[in-house]
Design a protein around this ligand. Structure first.
Ligand code: URA
Length: 178
């Protein structure tokens, strides 16, 4: 584990720990307040994120920003990262070996940010952080506490684009974390 952001950021430059490195344009490391109380963890970069090198800047990200505004979260006050830092081709889910290869970076980000609360966006984040036995439908909206961190699983913002009815849940879940 690295003690500083500089060391951690340097360690990921040129990362070739998994096959996603072959197709990426940019590593999408994370963005926001490095001393945030609340951290958000998504799945992995999409096309827009890969192009711009920042998480949640595409359609799902814009929707998430709108939800943030509704509940009074400022994007620059929180820290946002993903399970995998490079885009899975065709927006497929990241595979287990890719998540595993990338997990040390995220672990190190969590250690450096020291958030009180982590919002898990969707099933991939939930299963990789809390365990495969968790399902997003049953778990969303319910706090889980582990080692002094409170986790709030909720829908992935892309799920709201596919099913509008999930927007209400998403807002309710965010209201619990502010
Ligand atoms: N979906 C994610 O899970 N993460 C992003 O950064 C963008 C879309």
């Amino acid at each position: 584990m690295y003690q500083t952001w500089e060391e951690l950021e340097k360690s990921i430059e040129n990362c070739q720990k998994c096959k996603l490195c072959k197709m990426r344009q940019n590593i999408v490391f994370g963005v926001g307040n490095k001393e945030a109380k609340i951290m958000f963890i998504g799945e992995g970069p999409g096309a827009d994120e890969d192009r711009l090198g920042e998480p949640f800047v595409g359609r799902a990200g814009k929707l998430m920003n709108m939800a943030f505004e509704m509940v009074g979260i400022k994007r620059e006050e929180v820290y946002i990262a993903n399970i995998v830092k490079c885009r899975p081709p065709g927006n497929r889910n990241p595979e287990d070996d890719e998540c595993f290869a990338c997990m040390d970076y995220l672990r190190n980000q969590v250690i450096l940010v020291k958030p009180e609360i982590i919002v898990l966006l969707g099933s991939v984040a939930l299963k990789n952080i809390l365990g495969k036995e968790y399902g997003i439908t049953a778990s969303r909206g319910k706090w889980v506490e582990r080692k002094g961190i409170r986790y709030m699983p909720t829908w992935h913002p892309a799920a709201l684009l596919r099913d509008e009815s999930k927007k209400v849940d998403f807002i309710k879940d965010l209201m619990q974390v502010v």
